[in-house]
Design a protein around this ligand. Structure first.
Ligand code: NAD
Ligand code: UFG
Length: 340
């Protein structure tokens, strides 16, 4: 299938491009490089031996997107493009609502006008807000998001559901990611946050490589076995394969369905820091710090629906997550910026 990846130069999009090529599909990337760089696309080429067709385009630019659809033929779209920094979304909510929602509206409009019916959307476990029961199934209550970023995902899910009701030809899979970590085993592509990382794994690996002094563990009085927050970390290559598995489902069904992509296992912050240090033989000094506003005690998926509907389940464990994160970090201590 020819698959348009909006935001395909980013962390999850680049890994998905590799897995699509491995499975015999043709990814086409559309990205404005607001949080990525063309080097990532070069690296996809080095891993796969394929030159990926790439368009530098803002997915909010309706005219440019219409031209893209008029000139290309797509069997499906995977919509990764979006702004994703939780803290930043609190400071600049209007940019978050505009970018994330406008890009989706422009995409849906172009798909409808050009007869493209298959859509996979990058949603997030953040739509579940503060869970009252674990593990989270797709039928768990949604809403009660704690930041504008989370609300954009919640609202976009609703927009896509409404679009599928109005257009019976549309088939949409809302993939609710848990906590993506790790990198491609080659060490050529990985997560490259700008500035101080917000997320745990990039922070741990920057401590290990000497770019940060120590990890601050936000809270040790949560209602969890060791008091630190528990999350469902999923290797990005498993996550990428989840998109490949969603394509045939999407192509053979109509309507809109949400599917969790998680492992079903939760690890605490302390366990993650200690596992990273032990598996890679590097020190990860940490100190306890106050809770981060908006954080929840624990969050992990019930991955049954993904197994039953998509025939997908996560294969990689904590050691591969830690090993591959470190392999990427030590080969690219300054991320893509340090590339020749
Ligand atoms: P990323 O920032 O690495 O990738 C997003 C890509 O979208 C970037 O390449 C960026 O340049 C591009 N982009 C942003 N706005 C655009 C626009 N208007 N037009 C064209 N390109 C645009 O992030 P990621 O971690 O790869 O996340 C991909 C998607 O998955 C995002 O929608 C994110 O919200 C979602 N998600 C991520 C996580 C996570 O922890 N990484 C968790 C849940 C959901
Ligand atoms: N944490 C620390 N120190 C840090 C960074 C994080 O202790 O320096 C802790 C957090 O308090 C939390 C855990 O590590 O307990 C994970 O935090 P992340 O920021 O890595 O991830 P979150 O679970 O907060 O959020 C992530 C994404 C969201 C997404 C959500 C669910 O950032 O976009 O997973 O998919 F919505």
């Amino acid at each position: 299938m020819r698959v348009l990846l909006t935001g395909g130069a980013g962390y999850i999009g680049s890994h998905t491009a590799v897995e699509l090529i491995n499975a015999g599909h043709t990814p086409i990337i559309a990205d404005n490089y607001s949080n990525s760089c063309p080097e990532a696309v070069e690296r996809i080429g080095r891993i796969t031996g394929c030159n990926v067709e790439t368009h530098t385009i803002d997915m909010c630019d309706a005219e440019a997107v219409d031209k893209l659809f008029a000139e290309g033929h797509f069997d499906a779209c995977i919509h990764f493009a979006g702004l994703k920094a939780v803290g930043e979304s609190v400071s600049i909510p209007i940019q978050y609502y505009r970018n994330n929602i406008d890009s989706t509206l422009v995409l849906l409009d172009a798909m409808q006008r050009h007869g493209v019916c298959n859509l996979i959307f990058s949603s997030s476990a953040t739509v579940y807000g503060t869970p009252d029961k674990l593990p989270l199934t797709e039928d768990s209550p949604t809403g009660g998001c704690t930041n504008p970023y989370g609300w954009t995902k919640y609202m976009i899910e609703q927009i896509i559901r409404d679009a599928a009701v109005a257009n019976p030809e549309l088939s949409a899979v809302l993939l609710r990611y848990f906590n993506p970590v790790g990198a491609h085993a080659s060490g050529l592509i990985g997560e490259d946050p700008s500035g101080i990382p917000n997320n745990l794994m990039p922070f741990i690996s920057q401590v290990a490589v000497g770019r940060r002094h120590h990890l601050s563990i936000f809270g040790n009085d949560y209602n969890t076995p060791d008091g630190t927050g528990v999350r469902d970390y999923i290797h990005v290559v498993d996550l990428a394969k989840g998109h490949v598995a969603a394509l045939p489902y999407c192509d053979s069904h109509k309507g809109c369905i949400a599917v969790n992509l998680g492992t079903g296992t939760g690890y605490s912050v302390k366990q993650m820091a200690e596992a990273f240090a032990e598996i890679n033989g590097v020190p990860v000094p940490y100190e306890y710090a106050p809770r981060r506003p908006g954080d929840i005690d624990a969050c992990y998926a019930d991955p049954t629906r993904a197994r039953e509907l998509l025939g997908w389940e996560a294969q990689l464990g904590l050691s591969e997550m830690c090993r591959d994160t470190w392999n990427w970090q030590k080969n690219n201590p300054q991320g893509y910026k340090g590339a020749d």
